[in-house]
Ligand binder design. Structure first.
Ligand SMILES: [Zn+2]
Ligand SMILES: [Zn+2]
Length: 476
């Protein structure tokens, strides 16, 4: 998945992602009504998963007077292209975006094929080191996209993207390729589900690639919920092996699985194979931590991630993925405090969705930078260090839980997943949720943005490399 030779992309699928803010900027420029198409160049960076190559669109280079020829359809001048190539920052790719006066995923005209495949294919690959990317915007805001890969001398071949993903504050809006990702056939198993939110929302939901990070108590229940919702592609990421102490909280785990040292992802996959309700179904079981190159790459193949890990370090990484790689993360956490005699004192849980334009896990107060630093330095696994912590900190790390707490959190995380995919606040709720078991009350906050000083917001849509985040820090 490097460079622009077709042979280096065997078996790879393609996608494009950008923010809702960039989408608005492009719409204002490209939507010229029914009788005029328009165009612009833009810069992008690659985000590489295990199987998916995504261009993260970052910056539009708006045309100036004389940069294009507008006569109903539209063409760019050699001067415009030259300027875009000269000013292209190191490591970035070049995209050509244009509009069509019809809705939906767009076919290519002969002029489009010539502009992208012949005029740009070789020139852009040579100057940038990345394949040229073409995007078309329809009148309904749908996007279609393709990369042009080198198959031989002067021969650039079109590879259509499966999806174009716009990570907007209110929803993740995905346009699906009608042949590569067709809407699901009507399923007799999904009649009741469709009666709640309609066939269009179900078609979006079913085709969303959902990753679950952490297949413990909450993650295992969400996996079952996804099976029932008809999600076609799921990825499970967890390196843990099931133990006897997990059996009171892990759906579908059996005593025999403990004897056989089964991984939690294998248990989830086994259950999904028999209970899924999608017409076509694929579950990817990745027996690796999100903190490994394998686990991270699997996460970057997903459209939305469900954070079901309670450790601070993996959640810090998921926070970075949500903004840097524009993959919304639905996170949930349970805090159960007990008194000295081991009786329940306060039990709370909170559920929130972090995505471009919304407050991140740090700004929500759902994750502490100091906890992340402690775990990366190895302190959380150091019994001496742990014993000397203040009571409040020890409570935070104790990770007490019972199955019904997990049921509640998993239910709300699944609803927030539906909310961010369908854009239906009537299902997903209007913002971060905080539940107190006593007296039994859900508080809901408005969606907010990151603090101005937050270091996460500026990395939005930068496809930043995360390799350093997989390494521990020197113990202080
Ligand atoms: Zn066109
Ligand atoms: Zn923030």
């Amino acid at each position: 998945m490097n460079g622009y030779q077709e042979s280096d992309f065997a078996g790879v699928t393609f996608s494009v992602a950008f923010t809702g803010e960039l989408d608005r900027q492009l719409a204002a420029h490209l939507d010229k009504g029914l009788y005029q198409e328009d165009l612009a160049f833009a810069y992008w960076k690659p985000s590489r998963g295990t199987k998916r190559y995504t261009a993260i669109l970052m910056q539009v280079v708006m045309p100036v007077e004389g940069d294009r020829v507008l006569q109903g359809n539209v063409a760019f001048t050699a001067d415009y292209l030259g300027r875009v190539q000269r000013e292209c920052p190191e490591g970035y790719g070049i995209a050509l975006l244009h509009s069509h006066p019809v809705p939906g995923w767009q076919d290519m005209s002969d002029d489009d094929e010539f502009a992208e495949g012949v005029r740009l294919g070789g020139s852009v690959a040579n100057s940038s080191g990345h394949p040229v990317l073409g995007l078309t915007r329809g009148t309904d805001g749908s996007w279609s996209a393709r990369f042009w890969l080198r198959a031989g001398p002067r021969k650039y071949v079109r590879h259509d993207c499966e999806t174009v993903r716009v990570a907007a504050v209110e929803a993740l809006r995905i346009t699906h390729h009608p042949a590569l990702c067709p809407p699901p056939a009507e399923q007799p198993t999904q009649v009741a589900t469709v009666s709640v939110w309609g066939a269009a929302a179900q078609a979006d939901l079913a085709r969303t690639r959902v990753g679950i990070v952490g297949l413990g108590s909450v993650g295992g229940i969400i996996a079952e919920a996804l099976n029932r919702l008809g999600i076609e592609n799921v990825t499970y990421i967890d390196h843990d092996i099931v133990e006897a102490r997990n059996l009171d909280r892990t759906l579908n785990a059996r005593p025999k699985d403990v004897d056989e040292h089964l991984t939690k992802v294998a248990i989830a996959k086994r259950a999904a194979e028999v209970s899924h309700t999608a017409g076509v179904f694929h579950a990817e079981a990745v027996p690796a931590s999100i903190l490994t190159p394998e686990g991270l790459a699997a996460a970057l193949d997903c459209d939305v991630l469900l954070s079901c890990v309670d450790r601070p370090w993996p959640r810090a990484l998921l926070n970075l993925i949500a903004y840097g790689h524009l993959i919304p993360v639905v996170d949930g956490g349970i805090l159960a405090r007990t008194d000295k005699n081991g009786r329940p004192l306060h039990v709370d849980w909170r559920i929130h969705t972090v995505t471009a334009g919304r407050a991140c896990l740090y700004c929500l107060g759902a994750l502490l930078r100091s906890d992340v630093a402690l775990e990366r330095a190895g302190k959380l696994d150091d019994p001496d260090y742990f014993a000397n912590l203040p009571e409040a900190d020890r409570e935070r790390y104790a990770r007490r839980n019972v199955f019904p707490f997990s049921l509640a959190v998993a239910g709300h995380q699944t609803l927030q997943l539906v909310g961010i995919v369908t854009g239906m606040p009537r299902v997903g709720g209007k913002g971060p949720q905080h539940y107190s078991v006593y007296p039994g009350e859900m508080r809901v906050n408005d969606v907010t943005a990151c603090d101005p000083a937050c270091e996460i917001q500026p990395i939005t849509g930068t496809a930043l490399a995360l390799d350093d985040w997989l390494k521990a820090t020197e113990s202080a």
